[in-house]
Design a binder for this molecule. Structure first.
Ligand code: ATP
Length: 247
């Protein structure tokens, strides 16, 4: 593993309910400070890959049955969500999973609790509001009343609180208008540039994801079938036709 690799997945297999094999020897890595995108059609296993990294499979009766995952130079063992945050990883899940009954600011405050004992100061809320001025305007509103785009902003803003080294982002464009998708991805790129946080993005919207990514992986039925720097992938004829909708 290269010294500047923050996340390395080697040959993992994942099985649900002891019978349904979903990942079949998947390997990928994320370089420190870079954005990698994982693309694939519905059901290819993208969300399962993120859940394997952040140890959420057991909740769905799934398990990694072979292979290894290394984060920041150390194996990722059975970590709790708080343990992962303390180690510097944050998973922004599909569907956002914010606390709908709490206000925007209370959601950010809740994110600071996971940091106790890590010796890391939470990111000042002003920095989060700097990236997402709309969250500042709505800081006293209940999160459940926010629009889909604002909820996505809150989910990403909450991830920033713990000064993570790596953010896993599952379909940030889901359910958003093209204009908002554009806006969110512009902010994602800015956050990466300015804070140096590494990111692993899972997306269906290949064009916007590739525009902010350094490296891309394409998976089909549980394993990677193509990978490379995004500037190379966007020139690949199959990628253009099947994922970017161009020819
Ligand atoms: P999508 O874009 O639709 O979310 P995906 O690439 O993220 O797709 P996954 O959600 O990882 O795909 O699902 C991969 C496969 O695993 C699918 O065939 C799905 O039916 C199956 N699967 C996912 N979760 C479970 C589960 N809890 N139990 C059994 N099978 C599951």
């Amino acid at each position: 593993m290269a010294a500047d690799t923050i996340l390395s997945i080697e040959n993992i297999e994942v099985v649900y309910n002891k019978t349904i094999q979903v990942l079949r020897g998947l390997s990928l890595s994320v370089e420190r400070g870079k954005v990698a995108t994982l693309l694939g059609s519905n059901g290819a296993g993208k969300s399962t890959t993120l859940k394997a990294i952040s140890n959420l499979l057991a909740l769905e009766d799934g398990a990694v049955t072979s292979g290894s995952i290394t984060f920041d130079g150390k194996p990722l063992l059975a970590e709790t969500p708080h343990g992962l945050v303390r180690r510097g990883m944050f998973h922004v899940m599909e569907g956002r999973r914010i606390f709908e009954d709490l206000t925007v600011e209370e959601n950010l405050t809740a994110a600071t609790f996971a940091l106790s004992g890590r010796g890391v100061k939470p990111t000042p809320f002003d920095l989060v509001y700097g990236y997402f001025p709309r969250l500042y305007e709505r800081r006293h509103s209940r999160a459940g009343y926010l629009s889909g785009g604002e909820q996505q902003m809150l989910a990403i803003g909450r991830a920033l609180i713990a000064q993570p080294k790596l953010i896993l982002l599952d379909e940030p464009s889901l359910g958003l208008s093209p204009l908002l998708v554009e806006e969110i991805f512009t902010i994602i790129a800015r956050i990466n540039r300015e804070t140096g946080v590494s990111m692993l993005l899972v997306e269906q919207n290949a064009a916007v994801a590739f525009a902010v990514s350094h490296y891309g992986y394409i998976m089909e039925t549980g394993k990677i079938v193509l990978d490379g720097p995004t500037e190379r992938l966007i020139k690949d004829e199959d990628v253009r036709e099947f994922y970017l909708g161009m020819s």
